[in-house]
Design a protein around this ligand. Structure first.
Ligand code: NDP
Length: 449
């Protein structure tokens, strides 16, 4: 009989924490988990899932517009933001119940409340203390907002899902994943959207051709871009929120969304007291087995800030549980992680960008196609999609695959397998295309640019 209440105690019931606790319980561990908000975490409650539902909602406007090119006469459509939020909330409630059911079915004991480390084997939750042989920190991250005067007049992605009304004129500050996705959502639902970025061109870190194609597509849909502009001050006045930018110009909006990044949620967790080291940006430092500087304490997901992606948290949580409780050896590596941005147009990407491959000193061949998706032809839309392969000229290996256009995220999952498997351009060429699709472009790119 062990001297602890649990074999594993997990702080945070989001994607990483729930997966780790279920798998550990499946391996026979006695597992407790705590959650201060709602089981399901960022992805299910206030991230990927509700975001995707809002993206779907916003795409109808485009469909109604395009329909006339296909012979439809569509009466003026009416949209109700409160109705959308209500139906979205019902779906999130349902998923929250599914997650609660998963924990129960796995035999994991849930304690509601914020968890705090007391010592290396003790966690306090709502004034109750639990001991465990191993502890997993999976508390995720929180939106980060710059400290500028009037910042509290703005909102973040957390609140965006619960706005009472859709503001008419919206400023989105930032140009990362969340900014690109929400700018598209608000725009599709009928708001006038301006995206302000302190540098030039959205989605820093993505392939340059991707950035250009997404920006062109967003601008074509009516989103305004302000570059070298970051909000410096917000003031509520009678006609709206007056935003003064870093270059001193002022504009008026009805809503200001900060999509200026996320930070690990390490506040008041008791990390210092037990000696869990944090690095730059307060992220918990871990090794490839997700072990922190304290031997029996582990961390997975956004709190470690390795890659803020749900499937990464799931993989890290699963591998941790298999290694610690299932007798397996599963270190984590993050190479060739595919990703999608559900902007409009959307992005799917895996592997190296052209610039990254060149920076690695590789001889690079680039294959690229820009074309108008077939669906847009009768609709009379001029927008061009992008297909791009970055290939190592010496080995012929496909190092990166980047797509912008309808269904890009769906398309990339399969191509990610090919890139991860180390397949060559010749392997791509040998594969018969599926006709007529956009994806077939990726196996018919003949001439390097
Ligand atoms: P990102 O780090 O992607 O983007 C933050 C943006 O805010 C950047 O454009 C950044 O500019 C800008 N910024 C930062 N500080 C300031 C400031 N003080 N003033 C003005 N602008 C500023 O963060 P997100 O919040 O968009 O997303 C967080 C993470 O969540 C992502 O990295 C991603 O991993 C994950 N995510 C994934 C999604 C998906 O898989 N589809 C969807 C949503 C989120 P600069 O470029 O100059 O640093």
């Amino acid at each position: 009989m062990t001297k602890y209440d649990y074999d594993l105690f997990v702080i945070g019931a989001g994607s990483g924490g729930v997966r780790a606790s279920r798998i550990a319980a499946g391996h026979g561990a006695r597992v407790g988990i705590c959650e201060e908000s709602r089981v399901g975490g960022t992805c299910v409650i206030r991230g990927c899932v509700p975001k995707k539902l809002l993206v779907y909602a916003s795409q109808f406007a485009e469909g109604f517009n395009d329909a006339s090119g296909y012979g439809w006469e569509v009466p003026p459509a009416q949209f109700s933001w409160p109705e959308l939020i209500e139906t979205k909330d019902r779906e999130i409630d349902r998923l929250n119940q599914v997650y609660l059911g998963l924990l129960e079915a796995a035999g994991v004991t849930l304690h509601m409340g914020r968890g705090r480390l007391i010592d290396e084997h003790t966690v306090e939750v709502s004034e109750q203390r639990f001991t465990a042989e191993k502890i997993l920190i999976a508390v995720g991250g929180r939106p980060w907002v710059p400290e500028i005067p009037g910042a509290s007049l703005g909102f973040t992605s957390d609140e965006a899902f619960h706005l009472e009304q859709l503001p008419k004129r919206i400023l989105v500050a930032g140009a990362g994943y969340i900014a690109a996705e929400f700018a598209g959502i608000f725009n599709g639902l009928g708001a006038d959207v301006t995206l302000a970025y302190r540098r030039e061109r959205i989605l820093r870190g993505f392939d340059e051709d991707v950035r250009e194609a997404v920006e062109a597509g967003m601008a074509g849909r009516g989103i305004e871009f302000m570059y070298h502009a970051a909000p410096a001050r917000l003031e509520q006045q009678g006609d709206g929120i007056h935003v003064t930018f870093s270059d001193d110009q002022t504009q008026v909006f009805d809503g200001v969304m900060f999509a200026t990044g996320r930070a690990p949620y390490t506040w008041d967790l008791g990390l210092e007291a037990v000696g869990v080291h944090t690095g730059p940006g307060n992220r918990i430092e871990v090794d490839s087995y997700s072990r922190t500087s304290v031997d029996n304490i582990f961390a997975v997901g956004d709190v470690t800030d390795r890659l803020n992606l749900t499937p990464i948290a799931l993989m890290e949580g699963h591998a941790f549980a298999d290694t610690q409780f299932g007798g397996m050896d599963r270190p984590i590596e993050h190479d060739d992680t595919p990703a999608a941005v559900f902007s409009q147009p959307p992005v799917g990407t895996v592997g190296l960008s052209e610039a990254e491959a060149r920076a690695d000193g590789l001889a690079v061949k680039v294959y690229r196609s820009r074309f108008t998706p077939m669906k847009y032809t009768l609709a009379g839309r001029q927008e061009k999609g992008l297909m791009k392969l970055v290939v190592d000229a010496d080995s012929d290996r496909v190092l990166g695959c980047h797509v912008v256009g309808p269904d890009a995220p769906e398309m990339l999952q399969g191509f990610a397998v090919a890139v991860r498997a180390g397949l060559t351009k010749a392997d791509f060429d040998r594969t018969v295309g599926i006709h007529p699709t956009a994806a077939e472009e990726l196996v018919t790119l003949r001439q390097p640019v």
